[in-house]
Design a protein around this ligand. Sequence first.
Ligand code: AHM
Ligand code: MG
Length: 335
Amino acid sequence: MERVFEEGTTIDRFLLDTAADFPESTGQFVNLMQSIVLAGKMISARVNRAGLSGLLGGTGEVNVQGEFVQLLDEYANNTFKRALEHGGHTCMIVSEEDEAPTLVPERFHSGRYVVTVDPLDGSSNIDVNVTIGTIFGIFARKTPEGTAATLEDALRPGSDLIAAGYIVYGSGTLLVLATDHGVHGFSLDPSVGEFFLSHNAIRVPERSTTYSINEAYREQFGEGTRAYLDRLKDPARKYGSRYIGTLVADFHRNLLKGGVFLYPGTAKSPGGKLRLLYEAFPCAYIVEKAGGAATNGKTRILDIVPKELHDRVPLVIGGKAEVEEATALMSPFPY
Ligand code: AHM
Ligand code: MG
């Protein structure tokens, strides 16, 4: 359902207008998105003041991924969980920072949606003022509303997502939301605390001249990945490389300007580094809604069924023609 919205439409107006297309809508999705917007505004405010409010640096703890937890990671995770738990729209939150899923406590209504979230992607960039972001995916639960959610509600293919998005905290704060209504970007005006439509109906170019990969791992990549990189370096193709090291920031740039992002498997980690449920799935959902594609080198990302909440996956994502070219070269090899 493509609809045309005027620039400057508030995100609230956008959500209410699009919900009106679904007569069976109960309002829970709109409420859920309003909670995500609130959490995003709170995190954005903290990110902007982090250096002044003692929020740079680590907590001294290591998370489920074996990575050092930064103070802002912890703040973002708690903010998200608090915003989502109380609204009566969410039943389960799967976060990068928590080994177990968070079930909405019995004293609140266990609502219709499962939210997967990387509360603060790009942790290694926090302390150096480089763009970071939040990534989220939304499933409608399988088990009945009002009961405790189970793993069955979260361990399912990405094609079951009903919405996904991200918030980038960069030179400005931008929320990108993908639904059946397409992909739209809303910029935060901090002076009024409101997100306004600034990027209408985003489409990713089929082809571009940008690739994003951590090429320091080149010798560890599989044969197909190396062959693909060699092809891109043909001077006639005029490719340039951009790599921020924050998935959501690299993905965002490529979504708007065109490009292909790769975090493939390596000899040491053939299964890749990025996480399926709250990094690859949401980005794959968004890119497909914008006309692009995402694969693990063999299989469409959204067709993969997770075995565990924190599964990792190799990721190649971006313009359709670029992902197809990479897949043709990568698919014969084990990683
Ligand atoms: P994070 O979720 O803990 O921040 O880790 C994921 C990040 C991605 O944002 C980024 O694409 C990747 O790790 C960078 O990894 P590397 O430093 O190996 O290139
Ligand atoms: Mg991340």
